[in-house]
Design a protein around this ligand. Structure first.
Ligand code: NOJ
Length: 668
């Protein structure tokens, strides 16, 4: 009896001790727990509440995020309660680095950093670090799991990162389970969101523009955001494996960066390079072999059902057809010709063979001819989503193309799940895509990745990752049963998917008649097709139409003149979902190019040319919607005219319904 009492007393004392410890943790007062952007406007504070760690964010004193919790559900127990802060460190960073290709040459990487060491006071006794970097245009943070005895191999069942907004902002996003991210971005208040993919862009009532996304998605699952349908809080939702786990990890381990761009205007969202700054610098060393370019392809013909991918009477990849395309590319100075449907396997889309051409595709003859014409063949690896089949041939596949001088390969993953099982944006998919980009780099091959995981800025580290799809591109105007992309689509894409990196949208349709599916078509005017070459950024840009639709059309001059590599980008004017104007300076000359597009409404745009060099005069060649142009009834009329302008000129241009204007400014 006596010893039992003693036991009870001991337990009671222990309990008191733990409660005391807990109270202490609850009340943990922290020092140096605030980090501000270099210009002092954005501020992040971390704290402990009921033994949970949170962060909150303000800009110029205005709340951007209310206290938002951080943590994980691990298979071996949660990493969210019983937390205390052990240590906080601060540092600064400022450098300017150069992009081998991009929307501008120089990028400033300027931030203040706060690292927070967090201790798990549960029986598991684990630790992790949260690393915050605050820039003048937003912030990023990631979790790090240092090497430790109590956490070696572990499984993340859920990441509990929250974004707790003070108001129910308007947002633009696509549902998380949209196949290959090929959806229409829809406006919704936060409180109406189910689970959506990032980038998620928001506009607050007070006129702030915010985008949540991630940077450097490596060895992890893509982050989506789940709403709770009652508040304006969003919580990370990682794409799961087919077995339900989210991430298999081994310490030391780091998550991707969770990022938020905070801008005072929609225009400024597009100029943020925060995502690139949060990726590692170039790992490939000499990248002089990496070259942006504009190309044509044996492609739209398949989508319009004029040609087939598989061999047969209408086989698109027939040698003589490819030679014709090479002649055309050479005549109009395109850098390459994409050829799809060249290799065996298109009959069943399952077991593609990446070194076995169809007999009517003479790769030697084609590539020798291309070389003599200063054009390159752009390769294609459609995998049908069978990554195992592809990986088993990967190095042979690249070596094969390399032997014939092919240095760009478009990859594709059409198929509901990878290997019939895993989601494209799962950790499984992320591993696969990385492997392909790295393997391609060994062969000095550039990649254009279709059906990707959402891009997160990896091109900074691996600059051979040129461009990606992950967008409802122009091909939907060939075969989508809903009739094609609506006029507003391309006025939203630059502020959503476009913020994740280069977009292989493939504008450039000149013939609006769809013989395969008459009610489906491109919902733009011809002038808007030209403007999209500037508006939607891609260092490899395909003029998508069949060559017979370009020849002898004077509007084609804009496509053949428009560069794909820029020394500077400005966004003079935009309203998400309504219109956008972008101007870019050619990297190889003093010339500027401008594209302005509108949704289904006509509008007069005032183009303030203050971006031009104030000491120079320019000849502006203007390609604008002609009389009575209308995307539904009369898409072709286009006026091509020239004017002398300078940086003080304000051009006033009428845009038709779903119309546009494209301008070349040549320095005089
Ligand atoms: C879908 C891609 O987006 C498209 O560009 C390609 O032509 C087809 N898959 C076939 O690979």
């Amino acid at each position: 009896m006596m010893s039992l009492n003693k036991e009870i007393k001991k337990t009671y004392l222990l309990l008191l001790f733990f409660v005391g410890a807990l109270l202490h943790i609850n009340a943990q007062s922290l020092k140096n727990n605030v980090v501000k952007s270099p210009d002092g406007t954005i501020s992040i504070e971390i704290g402990i509440y009921k033994s949970r760690i949170f962060y909150k964010v303000t800009k110029k004193g205005k709340t951007i995020l209310n206290p938002s919790f951080l943590g994980f559900e691990l298979k071996d127990g949660a990493l969210k309660d019983n937390l205390s802060v052990q240590k906080i460190s601060h540092s600064q960073f400022d450098e300017t680095w150069k992009q081998p290709w991009g929307e501008e040459i120089e990028v400033r990487n300027h931030y203040n950093e706060m690292k927070v060491w967090v201790k798990d006071n549960s029986i598991f006794s684990r630790e992790f670090i949260i690393d915050f970097k605050v820039f003048d245009d937003g912030f990023g943070f990631r979790y790090e799991f240092p090497k430790q005895k109590s956490l070696t191999e572990f499984v993340i069942m859920d990441e509990l990162t929250e974004f707790n907004f003070p108001e129910d902002h308007k947002t633009w996003s696509i549902p998380y389970n949209t196949e290959f991210y090929e959806g229409l971005y829809k406006p919704n208040p936060i409180s109406k969101l189910d689970t959506v993919a990032t980038p998620l862009t928001m506009e607050s009532k007070s006129g702030l523009f915010l985008t949540i996304h991630e940077a450097n998605l490596t060895d992890y699952a893509a982050m989506n955001l789940a709403g709770d349908k009652k508040s304006s809080k969003l919580t990370a939702f990682l794409t799961p494996w087919s077995t339900g786990e989210k991430v298999f990890a081994k310490a030391p381990f780091r998550t991707p960066w969770r990022i938020m761009i905070i801008a005072d205007s929609a225009e400024d969202l597009m100029l943020s390079r925060l995502m690139l700054n949060l990726n590692e610098p170039n790992k490939l060393g000499d990248v002089s072999w990496i070259k942006p370019g504009r190309y044509i392809g044996i492609w739209w013909g398949m989508h319009m059902k004029k040609y087939t991918w598989e061999a047969g009477p209408n086989h698109g990849a027939k040698t003589e057809n490819v030679l014709k395309y090479i002649d055309f590319a050479s005549k109009y100075k395109f850098s390459g010709v994409l050829v799809e449907g060249w290799n065996k396997g298109w009959e069943d889309w399952k077991s593609f063979e990446f070194t076995q051409p169809y007999p009517d595709f003479d790769i030697k003859k084609i590539t020798d001819y291309a070389k003599s014409k200063n054009v390159t063949l752009i390769g294609h690896h459609e995998t049908g989503g069978n990554t195992k089949n592809y990986e088993s041939q990967l190095s042979d596949a690249f070596a094969y193309y390399k032997k014939y001088g092919v240095d760009v390969v478009k990859t594709g993953y059409v198929g509901g799940k990878l290997d019939g099982k895993e989601l494209h944006s799962s950790q499984y998919g992320v591993h696969h895509y990385r492997k392909v980009i790295e393997e391609a780099a060994k062969y000095k091959i550039m990649i254009d990745n279709h059906e990707p995981v959402m891009p997160t800025g990896l091109q900074r580290t691996l600059p051979n990752l040129m461009t990606q799809e992950g967008v409802r591109g122009q091909e939907w105007d060939a075969w989508s049963k809903d009739g094609g992309n609506p006029p507003e689509h391309t006025t939203i894409v630059p502020f959503t998917r476009g913020l994740a990196g280069p977009v292989d949208f493939t504008p450039g349709t000149f013939n609006f008649t769809n013989t395969a599916l008459p009610n489906t078509k491109v919902h733009t005017t011809l002038a808007k097709q030209l403007a999209l070459s500037v508006v939607i950024y891609s260092p490899l840009q395909m003029a998508s139409d069949m060559i017979e639709n370009y020849e002898s059309d004077p509007a084609f001059e804009f496509i053949t003149s428009c560069p794909t590599d820029w020394s500077k980008t400005v966004v003079p004017d935009a309203k998400i979902g309504e219109f956008v104007t972008i101007a870019r300076k050619d990297k190889a000359s003093e010339n500027w190019f401008l594209g302005s597009i509108t949704n289904k409404d006509t509008r007069t745009v005032k183009l303030d040319l203050k971006f031009l060099d104030p000491n120079k005069k320019y000849r502006a060649k203007i390609f604008r919607d002609g009389k009575d142009a209308d995307y539904e009834t009369n898409p072709y009329p286009i006026i091509i005219e020239e004017k002398e302008v300078d940086s003080k000129t304000i051009l006033s241009v009428e845009l038709a319904r779903s119309g546009g204007v494209a301008i070349i400014f040549s320095q005089l």
